[in-house]
Design a protein around this ligand. Sequence first.
Ligand code: RP5
Length: 172
Amino acid sequence: MSSPRVLILMGSESDFDAVSACCQVLGELGIPHAARVASAHRTPARVEKLVREAEAAGAGVFICAAGLAAHLAGVVAAQTVRPVIGVPLDLAPLHGVDALYSMVQMPPGIPVACMGIGKAGARNAAWLAAAILALSDPALAARLRSFRDGFLAAVEAMDRRVQDRLSGATPS
Ligand code: RP5
């Protein structure tokens, strides 16, 4: 198997569903990736080791998914100059706003590219990672372009269905 070009870290097994959505997009794009559990506060040395090993193996982008006071992305960004994308996860009682603020409000110098909260953000993390890697990978850039063309076809199909529904609509 090829070395991961994207390492996804999640703070807990509780984050699996969002990370799985991220992995699905990376898989569809043909980007080798790995997803590991490592907690910034419970296992800081493990986080550091996984980042160091992934860098040495050629990972170009890190994605960090975590909830609550989600410092995982910032901690990873402190250890690498490669791009770090944070995905804040939606746990009670603040429904991900706590994690969002933890990631998006990084002090200057150690940035984290923060996505939206939850699964949609997790999917976008994969799309953004792909765009970053595509800067130096023309074949990946072509695959990304072809996915965008697919979006156009999907939106046009939705529009046709909406027009059909509207033309059959009866006033209430
Ligand atoms: C964070 O705390 C994890 O990323 C997870 O989203 C949240 C809760 O973790 P568990 O208590 O369920 O392990 O570190």
